[in-house]
Design a binder for this molecule. Structure first.
Ligand code: KIV
Length: 264
């Protein structure tokens, strides 16, 4: 696999070709995911829940994100590595710059921040300094306490319209991609059409430019609540490597997500 850059992702969007994203938190999974041709590896702060057994992503520290980013960078074979900036690590511009620097120096090629148009000054600052940014909107797990739970976002007309406007503002500010979590598929489609940067979806329907899942979820290793947008690819006697490759294929061909994985 050739090395993936933000130019590769923009080319996919321009050609209308889908690409895939999976989380990884260590060198073994990183190697498997990149060897399967998955374009982007997300070192998600979901590691707080799936690796550390915490109830939310809030306890994850910058030092822990740095450690896992180094592990993923060590196993990576050419995917683009996106690392989450954890809870309250980008509350001020100074904090955001310093912590983005730590994650980029640990091996990330892009950082991801959760929020809406309040992120515009940070995105502009990081973009000026050569740091690619993904803006995560919709269900933003770092705000779970403010949202009152893990719920579908943008269901009413005013909130959907605001999310479209915030996505446009963030893309104009220099965000290199947008990630939408748990929004109605019609909103996923509207935002994908409204911005010229790639849109990655999780529970955002099949019209986004790319899909992302937590790797343990798509391997059927999640013993707890299985969200509606998750599909288990570890079926038909597949090895984990084959299951990851099948996910990449199904995203490329538009088979995943199916109607049963969407919110209306
Ligand atoms: O932390 C994470 O894994 C994420 C995905 C669920 C998008 O942000």
């Amino acid at each position: 696999m050739n090395t993936v850059s933000i130019r590769t992702l923009n080319d996919y969007k321009a050609k209308g070709e889908k690409f895939s994203v999976l989380t990884a938190y260590d060198a073994t999974f990183s190697q498997m995911v990149s060897n399967a041709g998955i374009e982007v590896i997300l070192v998600g702060d979901s590691l707080g829940m799936v690796c550390q057994g915490k109830e939310s992503t809030l306890p994850v520290s910058v030092a822990e994100m740095e450690y896992h980013t180094r592990c993923v960078a060590a196993g990576n074979k050419g995917s683009l590595i996106m690392a989450d900036m954890p809870f309250m690590s980008y509350s001020t511009l100074e904090q955001g710059q310093a912590n983005a620097a730590l994650l980029m120096q640990a091996g990330a090629h892009m950082v991801k921040v959760e929020g809406d148009d309040w992120l515009v000054p940070l995105v502009e600052t990081l973009a000026r300094q050569g740091v690619p940014v993904c803006a995560h909107l919709g269900l933003t797990p770092q705000s779970v306490n403010k949202l009152g739970g893990y719920r579908v976002q943008g269901r009413d007309e005013a909130k959907a319209q605001a999310m479209i406007e915030h996505s446009i503002a963030l893309a104009k500010a220099g965000a290199d991609c947008i990630l939408l979590e748990c929004v109605p598929s019609s909103l996923g489609k509207a935002i994908t059409e409204a911005v010229d940067v790639p849109v990655i979806g999780i529970g955002a329907g099949s019209d986004t430019d790319a899909q992302v899942l937590v790797v343990y979820d798509m391997l059927g290793l999640n013993a707890g609540h299985i969200p509606k947008f998750v599909k288990n690819f570890m079926v038909d006697g597949r090895t984990p490597q084959q299951a990851i490759a099948a996910y990449g294929e199904e995203v490329k061909n538009g088979v995943f997500p199916g109607p049963e994985h969407k919110f209306s």
